[in-house]
Design a protein around this ligand. Structure first.
Ligand code: 5AD
Ligand code: SF4
Length: 362
């Protein structure tokens, strides 16, 4: 029996994952087929939409890889107005997106917290509580998480970035604001407060090994996340980590590795939500569709007002900075149908894993 056929997919070990992550060509196809099969059996072929609002590029943190880090003053800083957020939300609601994902740099002053709380309340009101809302606004206190949950957010995404604490230290300044343990504890706090909790990692970072990535997958399983957004690391010239650009895997290998990560995660956690992330589309034109075939079931079309897009450059060549929404709804529907899936219009598309974890029935 060859190595692939001898794997017990219900009990994947670190060694199995390292092997699977390294697959290429025909063997990679087998992995992808297996992951798609597991996905269809557990969560079906519906792809859910999250209208992505990049609320603000102001960030108090200084992560070494990120284009909107505090010390990067090259791009102009912006915060959407209350009305702009509301009109994005109404747009998403009217188009049947079912959910929003609102993202920003990490800020925790009272003014920021109040502003977010107030637009969350109004989104709920204006859309008859008909939109799912995911927030991704970094580490906050328990009190803030509770207030935002009460105001109408019910999912929260906080990427661990890497589960290797030594690597985490190389990617972040060594201070209280960028502390690995705090980040892990904040993920647990989100679960305790009651959010559908998401996390994720970057793939193809300098110094990162296949063992690290296998451990990332096992970490996500161990924490028991409900949803994951992960994608390739894409270097940004105006960041400190750029100096390692010659030590990275070629960008297409980072993409293939990301596809294998999605597939392996689907095998490990069959009923979670997995996003086909923007960074995958940044590298390969049909990257999003490829991610769906490999196990993803969520896509996040950018609906941020166009004038702000080129200031939310986490990495270079980020797509969608020039188009109105990256695709028309028609072409999006077509391309998803082209890979044997259909879009869950007007559905919030909560993670089945969360429902089971909390014994919620439909
Ligand atoms: N390449 C890929 N992803 C990045 N992020 C930040 N910088 C980069 C980069 N250079 C991701 C991080 C962060 C999210 C907001 O964007 O994972 O959590
Ligand atoms: Fe801020 Fe997030 Fe970028 Fe870090 S990755 S600098 S927390 S926006």
């Amino acid at each position: 029996m060859d190595r692939f056929s001898s794997i017990d997919f219900d009990r994947l070990t670190q060694a199995d994952l390292v092997y699977l992550l390294g697959l290429k060509g025909e063997e990679q196809k087998k992995l992808i087929e297996k992951a798609n099969e597991v996905k269809l059996k557990s969560v079906g072929n519906i792809v859910y939409l999250r209208g992505l609002i990049e609320y603000s590029n102001v960030c108090a943190k200084n992560c070494y890889y990120c284009g909107i880090r505090r010390d990067n003053t090259a791009d102009s800083k912006y915060v959407l107005t209350h009305d702009e957020v509301l009109s994005c939300a109404e747009y998403a609601y009217n188009k049947g997106f079912g959910s929003l994902a609102i993202q920003s740099g990490e800020i925790s002053n009272p003014n920021f917290v109040n502003t977010v709380e107030s637009f969350l309340k109004e989104i709920k009101l204006k859309t008859n509580d008909g939109l799912g809302v995911t927030l991704s606004m970094g580490e906050q206190s328990e009190e803030v998480f509770k207030r935002w949950l009460d105001a109408g957010a019910h999912r929260y995404l906080l990427r661990i970035e890497t589960s290797n604490r030594e690597l985490y230290k190389k990617l972040h300044p060594n201070d209280n604001l960028h502390n690995f343990d705090n980040r892990v504890n904040t993920l647990k706090l989100l679960q305790k407060v009651g959010y559908n909790t998401g996390s994720g990692v970057m793939i193809g970072l300098p110094f990162q090994t296949l063992e690290d990535l296998a451990n990332d997958l096992l970490f996500l399983k161990e924490i028991d996340v409900d949803m994951v957004g992960m994608g390739p690391y894409v270097e940004h010239a105006k960041t400190p980590l750029y100096k390692y650009k010659n030590e990275l895997l070629p960008i297409h290998e980072r993409f293939e590795l990301s596809i294998n990560m999605v597939a392996c995660l689907r095998l490990l956690m069959p009923n979670i939500n997995i996003a086909a992330t923007t960074a995958m589309q940044a590298i390969v034109k049909n990257g999003r569709e490829q991610a769906i075939i490999a196990g993803a079931n969520v896509i996040m079309p950018n609906i941020t007002p166009l004038k702000y897009r080129e200031n939310y450059l986490l990495y270079k060549d980020k797509p969608g900075t020039k188009e109105q929404i990256e695709d028309s709804i028609e072409s999006l529907t077509k391309s998803i149908e082209g890979v044997g899936h259909s879009i869950g219009f007007n559905e919030r598309g909560d993670s089945l894993h969360f429902k089971i974890r909390n014994k919620i029935s439909d």
